[in-house]
Design a binder for this molecule. Structure first.
Ligand SMILES: *[C@@H]1O[C@H](CO)[C@@H](O)[C@H](O)[C@H]1NC(C)=O
Ligand SMILES: *[C@@H]1O[C@H](CO)[C@@H](O)[C@H](O)[C@H]1NC(C)=O
Length: 167
């Protein structure tokens, strides 16, 4: 009888712990813990239900930037609406949010990436041919260039840039 009660209580406690761990993992926006793990990460604010975070303290290659965001329970940033474009433009700051930051886009090794060189027309007419990727490594990645007139800049993926994460 007593043994059963002890087992029941133990299981109850374990379930509480599992619940606590799960909810911690589901909340990357725990500001206090983020401050501890990434003291120089700056929260740019909220748009379309997500927060953008910038790390200007260390420059990394694209792969390392993606891993860095994921290590904080986030992802490399995407910019997928005019609200997000406007938000990032208004977040420009000449000390804290300036120059180039990796975002979550890189070359695709697909037909749509190519143009017939002489005529400037997209290579879409090959669709009856299989498109072979071969053993290439990713070469070009996209960055968001924060400025008063922002733009998307293409760089070689192994070059070092700042990092733009999102929740
Ligand atoms: C840029 O960021 C710094 C540090 O957070 C802040 O003091 C300053 O007011 C900001 N500048 C603008 C133009 O928002
Ligand atoms: C990216 O940076 C990491 C960490 O410095 C390094 O180990 C890795 O080889 C780099 N990757 C590329 C493709 O340059």
């Amino acid at each position: 009888m007593e043994f059963r009660i002890v087992v029941a209580i133990t299981i109850g406690i374990l379930q509480l712990i599992v619940t606590a761990v799960n909810s911690a993992a589901a909340q990357p926006l725990d500001e206090a813990s983020l401050k501890e793990r990434a003291p120089r990460l700056i929260n740019l604010g909220n748009v379309d239900g997500k927060n953008y975070f910038v790390d200007s303290s260390i420059s990394r290659n694209w792969t390392a930037a993606k891993t860095y965001c994921q290590s904080l329970g986030m992802e490399l940033a995407t910019i997928m609406s005019s609200a997000q474009v406007a938000f990032l433009k208004s977040a420009y700051n000449s000390t804290t949010f300036i120059y180039t930051h990796w975002i979550d886009a890189r070359d695709s090794f697909e037909e749509r990436q190519y143009t017939w060189d002489n005529i400037g027309v997209a290579v879409t007419s090959l669709s009856s041919l299989p498109f072979g990727v071969g053993a290439l490594r990713y070469q070009t990645c996209l960055s968001y260039h924060a400025a008063t007139s922002p733009q998307i800049s293409i760089y070689e993926c192994e070059t070092s840039r700042k990092t733009l994460c999102q929740t």
